[in-house]
Every structure is written in structure tokens, then in C-alpha cells.
Design a protein around this ligand. Structure first.
Ligand code: KIV
Length: 289
């Protein structure tokens, strides 16, 4: 696949919605992941705070990941991704305190980590954060439905917007995010008809994860879709590969061969000219006398 030169322009996402072209978004946390995503023609890479769980070893929560960790990961992705839009996910604690703190941290994502935009969770108090960041010239992606940073308040990792009232709130939250200046809104774990209605009502694109096929685009977590995540996965994940099996097999095979002395073979080994070897052996023999 040939990748267009230069960065995908942000307004192109709204144009894609208008043309009915689906937007492809995936998470990535390092340079190889970013390169694979770019080469596959992905439009948007999210350096998600799911990093807490899929790369940093925290179990079942995104809350512990820090600004410094997110900046480090975003920098590695931004260095490798030339065409896709790179979004830095604002971690828990980086935007909740005040509009000023949120703006300060959003600036760090752009200035220190090379992100093109940031994402933050929630509506309500998050709306003024979105407004301040957008007014400073930094594009913001919203995120409603299941917002993992507030999973405890939501009663766990559960589908949101399942009652008529909750669905109405979700629609108005998404509209409010668009009103605050968000250039797109992630809808996570939301019934398909609710996501379809949000998508119809918004002029900016919706990106679904567990929100049905009517969203303007889809996002999945890199490790989930590649089968690197082991154990329970949410219903909305489709595994496109089983890389954890491949990695385990390869590492077991390597360990077996090292122990059996069958690796390295001649093809993995460097030679030296015979006469140099003779001189070397002669010297070694002399010096060990
Ligand atoms: O952090 C993340 O990976 C996300 C996606 C699941 C949307 O927020």
C-alpha cells in the first residue's frame, strides 16, 4: 500500500465523515507499532492510556499511568508516524484539577511529545477543559460512554447508555463536546442504536469501540486486535491475529536451541581469515606458555 506523503490534515476527518468514508484508528505505544499502523494505512493513532494495562503491567485499570510515562510513549510513536494523526491520551489527574492544569498538560503533549492532538475523557467538567485547550489551538478528541478513568464511579467496565434516560444524556454529552470544540468523539461500550443516533446528530466524526458499525470510524487497542493480550477480552474486541501464541512458541524454541547447543549455527557465526587465525592461535599459544 502506498502511503500519501505528509501528515493527514485534521479537517480531512470531517470530510471523510461527510463522504461516508470510514476512519481507521488504532492505539500504538512504540515506534514499531506506529510504523506498522502507518504502513497499513491507518488514519489516526491513539497513544492510549490503555498503555497502563497493555504495556506497563497495571491490572484492570488505566488510572496509574503518569504524564511522564504518556509523554515518553507518545514521543516514540510521533517519531515514527509521519502520515497518521497522532493523539496523546491525557491520563487520569492530568486534566481533572483545573482548566489551567489541563491546558498546561495538553501543551506538553504537543511541545514535548510531538502529538498532533490530545484526547480526554468525559463531558460535564471536561467541557471547559476541552474549550480551553481548543482555544489555545490544540485539537481535542472527546470520549464518552464507558470512560475507564471513572470506571469505579460507573460501577466497573460496563456498557453505558442502556436506559432511555442514560442514552439521552449520552447524546447531549456528545453534542456538548462538539459544541466545546472537539474535532471527534470516541464512543466506548454504547448500544449500537445510541451510537448511531449520536453519529447522525454530530457533524464531527464519532469513533466507536464497542459502539456498533454506524460510527464514522472504529478504534481497537493494538494488543487486543493482534492477540497480544491474554485472558478475558471485552465482547467488542475482534482478534485479527494470535501473536501471543507466536511469541511464546518462538521464545520456547529459542530457549530449547540455546540449551541444546543447536543455536547459533554456522550461518549466525562470524569467520576470520585462516592466516589471521593461525597468527592469533600462535600468539595465544606463546602468551600462555
Ligand atoms: O486508552 C485507550 O486506548 C482508549 C481507547 C480504548 C479509545 O481510550
Amino acid at each position: 500500500m502506498s502511503i500519501p506523503a505528509g501528515k493527514l490534515a485534521l479537517p480531512e476527518l470531517a470530510e471523510m465523515k461527510r463522504r461516508g468514508e470510514k476512519i481507521v484508528m488504532v492505539t500504538a505505544y512504540d515506534a514499531p507499532g506506529a510504523r506498522f499502523a502507518e504502513d497499513a494505512g491507518v488514519d489516526v493513532i491513539l497513544v492510549g492510556d490503555t498503555a497502563a494495562m497493555v504495556v506497563l503491567g497495571h491490572e484492570g485499570t488505566t488510572v496509574p499511568v503518569t504524564m511522564e510515562e504518556m509523554l515518553f510513549l507518545t514521543r516514540t510513536v510521533a517519531r515514527a508516524a509521519r502520515h497518521p494523526i497522532v493523539i496523546g491520551d491525557m491520563p487520569f489527574g492530568s486534566f481533572q484539577v483545573s482548566d489551567e492544569k489541563a491546558l498546561e498538560n495538553a501543551v506538553r503533549f504537543v511541545k514535548e511529545a510531538g502529538a498532533d492532538a490530545v484526547k480526554l475523557e468525559g463531558a460535564g467538567p471536561s467541557l471547559s477543559r476541552v474549550r480551553s485547550i481548543v482555544e489555545a489551538g490544540i485539537p481535542v478528541m472527546g470520549h464518552v460512554g464507558l470512560t475507564p478513568q471513572s470506571a469505579t464511579m460507573l460501577g466497573g467496565f460496563k456498557t453505558q447508555g442502556k436506559t432511555a434516560e442514560a442514552a439521552r444524556t449520552l447524546v447531549s454529552d456528545a453534542l456538548a463536546l462538539e459544541g466545546a470544540g472537539a474535532f471527534a468523539v470516541v464512543l466506548e461500550a454504547v448500544p449500537a442504536p445510541v451510537a448511531a443516533e449520536v453519529t447522525r446528530r454530530l457533524t464531527v466524526p464519532t469513533i466507536g469501540i464497542g459502539a456498533g458499525r454506524d460510527c464514522d470510524g472504529q478504534v481497537l487497542v493494538y494488543h487486543d486486535l493482534l492477540g497480544l493480550t491474554e485472558g478475558h477480552l471485552p465482547r467488542f474486541v475482534k482478534r485479527y491475529a494470535n501473536l501471543s501464541r507466536e511469541i511464546r512458541d518462538a521464545l520456547e524454541h529459542y530457549a530449547e536451541e540455546v540449551r541444546a547447543g543447536t543455536f547459533p549455527e554456522d550461518e549466525h557465526t562470524y569467520e576470520m581469515p585462516d592466516e589471521e587465525l593461525e597468527r592469533f592461535s600462535g600468539r595465544v599459544a606463546k602468551s600462555s606458555r
